[in-house]
Design a protein around this ligand. Structure first.
Ligand code: ZN
Length: 339
């Protein structure tokens, strides 16, 4: 069954959408954007459930009518969820065409027809162009909901045809209360910080044991930078286990290092829990080199989503990191450890 949970921090966004519905001002295309792990997709489905219910108990769907039954079974003919066939892959043009074709048929219940596209930024160029035609000629009572945490990757022509709803991260107390309600209370604060304030991401991290993996990665990151670990050997582990998370962590550590390098006072850090260790690492690092290196790692992060060889990507990342440390040690006139 589709997750339609209306998380506490989404209530005001849903109230806004519900007000549009009451005023008959639901747009033809809605773009729900905001960070990962905020429940954007479940908000889209919550709205869909309400629109497809035949006997709503406002503002909620009734849960018992035929429409609600079909929705819960995932077989409602007027709801299409367009997602990559495999996680991390692109949404293909054929998938978009099929859904649009279905949409052009009459609604079974003379009500709304809803398409949820998630993650919308995973549409390839042809898929996006196929969708664009439909967005240009919106039909009444058709709603296309695009959900993404990377709206900048959408075609500007697509973005401009959508009404945008931005979901902000919840305040810390709300997020922490949610994490504590569902997971280990003692680790809540650290989970919150590592998930950059996204409550659902924090729960996922706890479930997958990602806090421990992150600790291991940071240890290895520090060692490679200090010339105490072989970057090529490390690349294999990184490529095999949690590669996407790993590079996201590396990027956020690098960003914190840049902040520390540029600021005389104590800057706000993404990785508060690693503050002391990061302060130690920044000593002697050249900020300009660090910024160039971070740009390169951003490029490798993008490559990770292609068919490029992961082992080679991580070798490039880690060899670059080792080189950064080497030039630091050379500049300090210390003995450069051969790696
Ligand atoms: Zn219902």
């Amino acid at each position: 069954m589709a997750n339609t949970a209306l998380y506490p921090w989404l209530q005001s966004a849903f109230d806004h959408l519900d007000a549009l519905r009451r005023d008959d001002r639901i747009p033809g295309a809605l773009l729900i954007q905001g960070g990962e792990g905020l429940g954007k997709r479940s908000l889209a489905l919550h709205l869909a459930a309400r629109l497809l219910c035949l006997a709503p108990k406002d503002p909620l769907p009734c849960g018992v009518c035929h429409g609600c039954h079909l929705f819960k079974a995932g077989t409602h003919p007027d709801l299409k969820i367009l997602e990559p066939e495999e996680a991390g892959k692109m949404i293909k043009v054929d998938q978009v065409r099929k859904v649009i074709q279905d949409l052009s048929l009459m609604s079974l219940y003379d009500g709304y027809r809803v398409i949820v596209i998630h993650p919308a930024d995973q549409m390839n160029q042809n898929a996006a162009n196929a969708l664009l035609k439909t967005l240009e000629e919106p039909a009444p009572k058709n709603l296309i909901i695009l959900v993404t945490h990377r709206p900048q990757r959408l075609l500007p022509t697509i973005r401009s045809r959508c009404q945008t709803l931005s979901i902000a991260r919840p305040q810390k107390d709300i997020a922490l209360a949610f994490i504590k309600e569902h997971k280990d209370v003692s680790a809540a604060e650290r989970l919150w910080s590592c998930a950059e304030g996204s409550p659902l991401r924090a729960l996922e991290m706890a479930e997958k044991g990602l806090l421990e993996v992150r600790d291991q990665r940071f240890e290895a990151f520090s060692q490679v930078l200090k010339g105490q670990e072989d970057p090529v050997a490390m690349a294999q582990t990184w490529a095999e286990e949690s590669p996407f998370e790993t590079l996201d962590w590396v990027l956020s550590w690098l960003l914190d290092l840049v902040r520390l390098g540029l600021s005389d006072e104590a800057p706000e850090l993404l990785n508060e829990d690693l503050g002391e260790a990061l302060k130690d690492l920044i000593q002697g690092l050249d900020v300009i080199e660090l910024i160039h290196y971070r740009d390169a790692v951003s490029g490798y992060r993008a490559q990770l989503e292609t068919t490029a060889n992961r082992q080679l990507i991580f070798e490039a990342v880690l060899i670059g990191l080792a080189a950064l440390g080497k030039s630091q040690r050379a500049a300090q006139g210390l003995k450069v450890t051969a790696i």
